[in-house]
Design a protein around this ligand. Sequence first.
Ligand code: SF4
Length: 454
Amino acid sequence: MLLRHTPEKLEEREALTIQPAKTCQPVGAMYAALGIHGCLPHSHGSQGCCAYHRSALTRHYREPVMAATSSFTEGASVFGGQANLLEAIQNIFTLYNPDVLSIHTTCLSETIGDDLPQIIAKAYDEGKVPDGKFILKTNTPSYVGSHVTGFSNMVKSIVDSFGKKGPKGKHINIIPGYVEPSDMAEVKHIAKSMGLDAVVFPDTDGVLNGPQTGHFEMYPRGGTTIDNLKRIGTARATIALGPLASGPAAKALDTSCGVPCELLNLPIGLSATDDFVSALRKLGGVVSDEIEYERGQLLDMLTDMQQYFHNRKVALIGDPDQLVSLTQFLTDIGFTVRHVITGTSGKKFIKRVTDAAGTEDMNVREGSDFFYLHQLILNEKVDLIIGNSYAKYMSRDLDIPHVRMGFPIYDRVGHQYFPTAGYRGAMRLVEKLLSALMDYQDKTVPEEKFDLVM
Ligand code: SF4
């Protein structure tokens, strides 16, 4: 009902966000850390922050997310959290025995200025870190950036900790970007099918989409192993999928270990997946019959269905790397992308989107919010909204079909298990788009036009 009060008149806002289209940095840092096998994320701040980060991930993935916290109270907030973190490090290795402890900060510990490198060095000096165990650290102040920035920071900290220079091997690295566990599985499937030995990191496949076994596993079987992480510095090359989420880590590995990197858009849709496959081919991968078959199936599906997409107007809201690939795919298959909004700030975002769409005749905003998208749609209606679960309010109020994609999705399942990346993922995406449009048509079409076939 509150949405009825959204004014159509667009006004510039600088100091006010209404219904943010992002969440906070530690959520992304925690998600990236869970992609390492045997890793326990640790939130250096108050219990409330950690509870929020865990619950955001648990509600999206419907899996228990384990994480520890420095449990700041008033004392730590005033005098600093060093004592809390030192005690936490000792307790965590004694009680929970992770292979890796990944520590990220929060707004509070950043504001009081806790020095993570110094505190962690002290923990090593005092013998609180057992031999053979690792500590990752990253700064994730949430008054800047978003969950994507936090993810990116944590992936870079993986490189900083595990990237060691050495003679080059035959393997390659793939940084899959901030995507679902199912998408990481699809990236591995493509690389494997092309005969490449690829270290994919982080890798939440098998961590946040595992089977129901009846047994609680503190550290699920998935995730990039330490042995594989120790190989990233000796890889022949790195493919970074999603420049914002994966680019800084790939560039850091290039600088520190001389592993050349190629930055690509997320392989969502036909042409972006073609680019990914082509990059793998240049690194010695062979396009297998399996990959060719999957691509052919997607092409067949698109040929059959494109007339239903032609000139349909669509609004997108979500994370930058996803939105760029999505814009390109939707444009390729006939949609007219009208509004694209991300809550994450990034100067290059607008150009990346307009380049992907092949036009500047569209509304693109970075660092914006759901309220602004609502205003845009009030001014120019669309046939479809693609965004996370929060877009459902707008969808209901404006009577526009909604396809859920992005983070978080709290009211549907499947994103953990079924990819949107790769050729098979694009097929699922097309199915979802078409179902949303056809369901709406069946619901609203006049009786005399209601037909059994499309
Ligand atoms: S205080 Fe900062 S880190 Fe904690 S939940 Fe809020 S935005 Fe996130």
